[in-house]
Design a protein around this ligand. Structure first.
Ligand code: ARG
Length: 409
């Protein structure tokens, strides 16, 4: 990397201001050494001497997108027993490939929620050192959950003595796990509050961590300055997680009116992966999904979409979380049109993947808006995403930290 100040002046036809919700005509911005140093309209923003110029005339720019729930080290075509053949080395290589795909889809930041062997920490380090192409990563390390629960490995008989690294029980057991996960480099904590669709032998609606365990996890995470994301499909588990004080609830499929009210009161974000169901049900057993998972999905997917509509209508805070890895990485943007189909305005869907996501990460000073001081992370598309959100499935230009990583003119 060059030691000189790298300055880029960017102009476009329109810019989505994700804070005001307005479309700004003829925007211009300057990125210096990776961060935005000036933003406004052409004419009001001076072109610095010696600046490189990126002319995006004809296009709309918006902040780089953020996916709050990905599994970069996981493969969409190796579920169930197939996945057992994957070593930590294999998963790390998956992560390298998928990080690039995610970035090319316009996601300049992502939260990785659950990876074995700290492959996600290795990936984050290599990305932060600019040794790889990919989004800025916020990673959880192994997901913490009860023995036999959704985040454990339940595929093998007892003689194999298989457990996931995040399996722990009891308030002090889970607290120790939080400390361990922090020790090995996680930025945040992921827990499994209820059963899931893709795990063997778990009831998707059943609560799997006791209130005391979740309270202990959140208290310890707060002491360590870490945010907590809770996988929770079931009604009781969702509410217990919100009461414990988690920052985001993932999936939230069977949230009831009381859960919606609690989320509003507590300011908890919901991260609902409502595109996922289409892939799971169409890829079926060929992708290795267990027959029991397909049966669970047939119930969960439909209810989750109804819950999403209710939560949007009630005004619960929402982030964009896709669970990519269950389905192909790079297809993250497909969820936008579903979010609009099930009740959001296009602007709300964009806010979920930008300004709201940054807030839920605790990273508003770095990502999520095109404002002075933030990283120079932006995307450009032809047309107006506020009129047709599906445009975000095909992002033409991606800029990360001022570098044009896709769509070089
Ligand atoms: N990882 C999640 C689980 O196994 C995926 C759920 C996908 N289904 C859905 N309708 N969102 O529970």
């Amino acid at each position: 990397l060059s030691a000189q100040a790298a300055t880029t002046y960017i102009q476009a036809d329109r810019m989505v201001d994700v804070v005001s919700g307005k479309l700004v005509e003829k925007p211009a911005l300057v990125i210096t050494d990776g961060r935005i140093t000036s933003v406004g309209t052409q004419g009001s923003v001076a072109v610095p001497d010696g600046a490189a110029r990126l002319d995006l005339t004809g296009m709309t720019i918006l902040p780089g997108l953020i996916d709050m729930h990905v599994h970069l080290t996981g493969r969409h075509d190796m579920h169930g027993y197939e996945g057992l053949a994957e070593s930590t080395g294999d998963e790390t290589i998956n992560g390298v490939i998928h990080a690039e795909k995610t970035l090319m889809a316009g996601f300049t930041a992502a939260r990785n929620l659950g990876a074995a062997g700290y492959s996600d920490v290795a990936l984050r380090r290599a990305l932060a050192a600019n040794r790889l192409n990919g989004p800025r990563l916020y990673v959880s390390g192994p997901s913490i959950g009860a023995t036999g629960g959704h985040c454990d490995n339940n595929l093998l008989p007892p003689e194999y003595d298989a457990h996931s690294q995040g399996a722990a029980d009891g308030p002090w057991g889970v607290v120790k796990k939080v400390r361990e996960v922090k020790k090995y480099g996680a930025d945040l904590i992921k827990i499994c509050a209820t059963g899931g669709v893709l795990s063997k032998g778990t009831q998707v609606g059943a609560q799997q961590l006791a209130q005391e365990e979740m309270d202990a996890i959140v208290a310890e995470a707060k002491r360590l300055g870490l945010k907590v994301a809770a996988h929770a499909h079931g009604t009781a588990g969702i509410k217990a997680a919100i009461r414990a004080g988690v920052d985001t609830v993932e999936h939230a499929s069977f949230i009831d009116d009381e859960g919606i009210k609690l989320a509003k009161e507590r300011g908890t974000y919901l991260s609902m992966d409502i595109y996922n169901t289409e892939y799971i049900l169409s890829a079926g057993e060929a992708a290795g999904f267990l027959p029991e998972s397909l049966a669970k999905e047939r119930v969960v997917g439909k209810t989750q979409r109804e819950s999403f509509s209710r939560a949007v209508k009630a005004g619960v805070k929402m982030v964009f979380g896709s669970d990519a890895g269950v389905y192909p990485h790079g297809d993250n943007g497909k969820q936008f049109s579903r979010m609009v189909q099930f009740g959001m305005t296009p602007l709300q869907a964009i806010q979920a993947a930008t300004v709201n996501a940054a807030d839920a990460l605790g990273a508003s000073a770095d990502v999520g808006t095109l404002a002075v001081g933030r990283y120079g992370d932006l995307i450009a598309v032809k047309g107006d995403p506020l009129a047709d959100i599906s445009i975000l499935e095909k992002v033409d230009v991606v800029v990360k930290g001022g570098d044009v990583v896709k769509g070089k003119p």
